[in-house]
Design a binder for this molecule. Structure first.
Ligand code: HEC
Length: 171
């Protein structure tokens, strides 16, 4: 009798949990992290994951890679680390490229947006930032962000790092 009672309770509990998790998925879909200006605030105080100096022919003109005096600093928010080879939802990486002449100040970022944002490319969103960490705005007033930012230019390179979740800088 007791055993049967326990079994009934367990079954009801299990069904409830199963039902709730199903309805949750149906209602909201996979979780998504949508970056705002606040996301990049104070990035220069984050974990410095790497600092590269000098030109890199593989970069061409991207990230100041054709400038022998360039420094490329890569910051990881909240010490994010990949789990099972994949960065977690909400992971933010900012790269600041600058040169000694002071005429190069380029801020780019990648955010693990998740959801169904860009499933074939691990759901990263690419950004151009203004110097103050705000999302840059183009001449039409649109925020410079997206999976295919600059007609897919960012992605065309970062896809080569697919085996390390589109991130090149090893921490
Ligand atoms: C020509 C290839 C190329 C293009 C185009 C490119 N990147 Fe990168 N990116 C790299 C490489 C290589 C690194 C690794 C660090 C380095 O070598 O400077 C990197 C590093 C980064 C990082 C730091 C994380 C990491 O992967 O190490 C961010 C953030 C980033 N890029 C964003 C962007 C964004 C946003 C764009 C488009 C506006 C872009 N990149 C375009 C090649 C490229």
């Amino acid at each position: 009798m007791n055993k049967f009672f326990l079994f009934t309770i367990m079954t009801v509990l299990a069904t409830t949990v199963l039902f709730q998790s199903c309805t949750k998925d149906d209602d909201t879909g996979p979780e998504e992290f949508i970056a705002t200006n606040d996301t990049f605030k104070d990035f220069s105080a984050w974990t410095l994951g790497g600092e590269l100096q000098g030109a890199d022919p593989a970069l061409g003109g991207a990230h100041g890679g054709n400038d022998s005096t360039v420094t490329r600093s890569v910051y990881f928010k909240s010490d994010v680390v990949p789990v099972g080879g994949l960065y977690p939802l909400g992971a933010v990486v900012v790269k600041y490229s600058h040169n000694t002449g002071g005429d190069l100040n380029e801020y780019t970022a990648m955010v693990k947006r998740g959801g169904d944002f860009d499933p074939t490319n691990n759901d990263w969103e690419y950004f151009m930032l203004a110097g103050d960490g705000q999302i840059a705005v183009d001449e039409n007033g649109n925020e410079m962000r997206g999976a295919n930012l600059m007609n897919g230019m960012c992605l065309s390179c970062h896809v080569k790092g697919k085996s390390s979740d589109y991130i090149f800088t090893q921490r």
